[in-house]
Design a protein around this ligand. Sequence first.
Ligand code: ACM
Ligand code: ZN
Length: 273
Amino acid sequence: EIEFPGHSDEVFAAYPELCCSGRAYTSGEFCVGNPLSLKFMDEVLTEVLELFPSKYIHIGGDECPKARWKECPLCQRRMKENGLKNEEELQSYFVRRIERFLASRNRRMVGWDEIRQGGLSETAIVLSRKREQGLRSALENGNDVIMTPYLNCYFDYYQGSRETEPLAFGGFLPLRTAYDLDPFEGLNAEQSRRILGVQCNLWTEFVATLDHAEYMLLPRLAAFAERAWTGGEGNYPDFLRRLESFSRLYDAQGYEYRDFRPEADSLRASLGS
Ligand code: ACM
Ligand code: ZN
């Protein structure tokens, strides 16, 4: 995942002229009105395509605030020249331009829910963390989708009490909730065929070591993988029982993981087996 047009402060630390204010660390989105931004984007993508031969290129596209664009003469001129009614359409103009660039080189663009804002071609792939804001409109528009509902798939969230767990981003996503993932929930057969796959995420603002990353991932990753492969209702008590033997693999590899045994023991006790 690379990030256009928002989440790009690191670019402006080196090239402040590419953001609307012309100054680093003011706001993290490109000045879409500046022709140099478009040139920069073409050059970065060209390098990315050389490095990654993959069919799919993930351009980010999430969480782009648009307040600066409202006040920027270059952005406003770009909107006027292209008949764009609002800043959502300006974002869409930028995203579509990236998609055309990638398509002309035989690649498919992937981006977060927000790439739907302001309109999107149906050949783009939407990475959807929000059922209501992203998934519905993507499916209505005919886009393929990768599912990553944040309630089940954000492994930067706490997996237990904040009193005892290492500092995390926020949220609460215990093993059980990871296991509750159902990629096809509420979708009909035709919509389900649009789901290309699933993704879980561990962003690492609060994760400084590989041991910590393993601790955040395991065993939630096992729950995620089982639900991704098998779908349907699942059976959490049975999963916990099998995790007992699976965790020997973690031990053999020396992986860090969150202790699931207290939960497994108390569940076993409550089920009386
Ligand atoms: C995201 O949570 N901004 C992808
Ligand atoms: Zn601008």
